[in-house]
Design a protein around this ligand. Structure first.
Ligand code: ATP
Ligand code: MG
Length: 491
């Protein structure tokens, strides 16, 4: 068997072989080569030990306690920039469902393959000879489109519970079924996910959302009992029916929205936001006799808070989390291009943040497709986008005002302090209403008029003041809902 392999990978393998060591490609790259897919990264395994590997290459770094050496290449391609070379290794006992107590080098390739997670990931390929080493029936499982644990699945998931998430992600990504025994072992071992660090779960969740099949993967997480240990709030949407605009319950709507983000290849933040945007519909749902339908008042405010908590719990970095929360918070914006005013469009941009506005529009598309009853309206969307484009030229941040803090202090004869910031925000509010007011003379005059106001009054005039008010109101809504929910359960 001969595969076409990038030159950078070939060079690393040949260097090892010329020095008298064996070099095998192993894991996901061999699986992907056999499937005719493009590997995400290239892993080489060898009988050389880390110090020997390092002595053969100009630039290397020692990656972790598992002996992996990163060989740095000249490639521009991020997938080829670093080729990971790992000595054959065996793992000792696992006492905590997370990582082995000890790792030993100097074992055979066969032994190394047995510690790998799934049969399709346990095939090795030697570029020098074209030889395939497939001790666990990986190739046959590839043909059968089956994902099967190497060895006893129960033991393997007890060793490292994250393998269950990897398995589900991989099966969805490849369109494989999970072999019966492997699936049953996942169901039994699902609670062990509690022992896995939130960071590893987060990374695997991100990888899952970044595949082309997040919906299938998350549905399988749910079916096999893993979702309860990843994002339990998603499960609350199961069976929660919605208003007449929707074909699906809240849960399926969220999965479909996330799937659409993947179909469109939109960024990770949009995918996460799509998955969580209606997370608080269950607790805000109320029946309206007047509308003869369900309503979900405040679900975006409650949902933004809950999303922040979920992402913090999963140790998402602040920047991603803030972005996702903003998208969830503002996803209910009014977007009818025939009725919306330019000042309303500017306000949406201010609210979600200039840098997030296009993602917010994408989220809206996901939301619409996720209803299962999308009204075809690409023309209206384009019209709205044109308005956004126009609005982005107007001042939408205090930084875009023709007066800054310094200028304001000079005009008013005031000292630096929070008042100046609040004043700027109050002025921005007026400029959002009418961008022609963004002239130094007007701003100076208006600032002098506002000089007499208290700090409190200025805050109220600015956006943060109004937003705070809206949050307080929504909080009140939430409290009512919670009470109602508890009552509903008891009676
Ligand atoms: P991807 O396409 O996402 O890169 P992959 O299978 O290559 O999938 P990697 O994280 O790159 O995944 O891991 C490379 C190989 O290391 C896997 O194919 C598998 O053989 C092994 N491996 C990775 N994680 C584990 C694990 N938790 N337990 C056992 N083996 C693992
Ligand atoms: Mg890989």
């Amino acid at each position: 068997m001969k595969f076409t392999i990038p030159i950078e990978v070939q060079v690393v393998a040949e260097t090892l072989e010329r020095a008298g060591y064996d070099a095998f490609l192993v894991g996901g790259c061999v699986r992907d080569l056999l499937l005719g897919r493009t590997p995400k990264d290239w892993d080489i395994t060898t009988n050389a030990i880390p110090s020997e590997i390092q002595s053969l290459f100009v630039e290397t770094f020692y990656e972790n306690e598992y002996g992996t050496v990163g060989v740095v290449t000249e490639s521009e391609d991020p997938r080829l920039k670093v080729i990971e070379v790992t000595p054959y290794r065996a793992e000792g006992e696992y006492t905590n469902a997370r990582h082995p107590d000890e790792v030993t080098f100097g074992v055979t390739l066969q032994k190394d393959l047995t510690r790998r997670d799934f049969t399709v990931n346990a095939i090795a390929y030697r570029p020098k000879t074209g030889e395939l080493v497939d001790e666990h029936g990986g190739k046959s499982d590839l043909d059968k489109k089956l994902l099967r644990a190497v060895g006893d699945p129960t033991k393997r998931f007890a060793e490292d519970a994250l393998r269950m998430m990897r398995g589900v992600r991989l099966s969805a990504e490849l369109g494989f079924a999970i072999e019966q025994g492997t699936a049953e072992a996942i169901v039994a071992a699902a609670p062990k996910l509690k022992q896995i660090s939130k960071e590893r779960i987060r990374d695997e969740l991100i990888k899952t959302l970044e595949t082309k099949e997040p919906m299938a993967a998350i549905a399988t997480f749910q079916r096999l009992g893993l979702l309860a240990y990843i994002a339990p709030d998603l499960e609350r949407g199961i069976g929660v029916s919605q208003n007449q605009a929707h074909s699906f319950d809240v849960y399926e709507h969220l999965l479909r929205a996330a799937q659409h983000a993947a179909d469109k290849n939109w960024n990770t933040a949009v995918r996460i936001a799509a998955l969580f945007h209606d997370i608080s519909k269950p607790e805000t749902r109320r029946w309206s006799d007047e509308k003869r339908d369900w309503t979900f008042h405040g679900h975006e405010v409650v949902g933004a808070r809950l999303t922040r908590r979920i992402l913090a719990d999963l140790k998402f970095p602040k920047d991603i989390s803030e972005k996702v929360v903003a998208l969830v918070r503002w996803h209910m914006f009014f977007s009818d291009p025939d009725k919306v005013t330019m000042s309303a469009v500017r306000r949406i941009i201010v609210n979600v943040g200039r840098e997030n506005i296009w993602d917010l529009l994408n989220l809206r598309v996901c939301d619409r497709i996720g209803t299962g009853r999308p009204k075809e309206q690409p023309f209206r969307l384009r019209k709205y986008m044109a308005m956004v484009d126009q609005a982005l030229r107007d001042p939408v941040t205090v930084g875009m005002l023709k007066i800054d803090g310094r200028g304001l202090m000079d005009t008013l004869g005031e000292k630096p302090g929070p008042r100046i910031g609040h004043m700027l925000h109050a002025l921005l509010e007026e400029v959002l209403e009418d961008p022609t007011k963004n002239e130094l003379a007007w701003l100076q005059k208006r600032a002098s008029e506002l000089k007499g106001l208290t700090e409190q009054q200025l805050v109220q005039m600015g956006r943060s003041g109004r937003e705070r008010q809206a949050e307080i109101e929504a909080e009140a809504v939430r409290e009512i809902e919670e009470k109602w929910h508890v009552l509903g359960k008891d009676s």
